[in-house]
Design a protein around this ligand. Structure first.
Ligand code: HEC
Length: 122
């Protein structure tokens, strides 16, 4: 009986440990990007390009934002892997780009943020 209870407790705890990325939590992390980026209704380019529907887009693709040549010519498409590397360390991912951001340390924050961007950011 004791064993059963323990197993049941472990099972109950598992979904938390294996939790998928959380877009709501990612929206909160996006607070760190808001100084430069907008998403949602009426989002405009600011210091950085607006990030509506950035997931799946080619890097540097908005016609009305003046990107660095480094980003425009990077050949990157913003999928999960590329966004993860970019948000961890933008300078390392695309040397010479002009996003002045030191990167996010916490991988869970990054995954949640990507989940938020995947929703279209709206
Ligand atoms: C200090 C301002 C600043 C902050 C803070 C910032 N960014 Fe940026 N971001 C930029 C600029 C400027 C660019 C354009 C870079 C270039 O052209 O080289 C950019 C580009 C991007 C791009 C590429 C967009 C495209 O159209 O290719 C993504 C994705 C992005 N930022 C995500 C984020 C996220 C997510 C955060 C928050 C964790 C963030 N940025 C924080 C300024 C910023």
């Amino acid at each position: 009986m004791r064993k059963f209870v323990l197993a049941a407790a472990l099972l109950a705890a598992m979904p938390v440990a294996a939790q998928a990325a959380d877009a709501e939590a990612g929206k909160a992390v996006f607070g760190k990007c808001k100084a430069c980026h907008q998403t949602g209704p009426g989002a405009k380019n600011a210091v950085g390009p607006h990030l509506d529907d950035v997931f799946g887009r080619k890097a540097g693709a908005l016609a009305d934002f003046k990107y660095s040549d480094a980003l425009k010519n990077s050949g990157i498409t913003w999928d999960e892997a590329n966004l993860h590397e970019w948000l961890k360390d933008p300078k390392k991912k695309v040397p010479g780009n002009k996003m002045v951001f030191m990167g996010l340390k916490d991988d869970a924050d990054i995954d949640n943020l990507i989940a938020f961007l995947k929703t279209g950011g709206k």
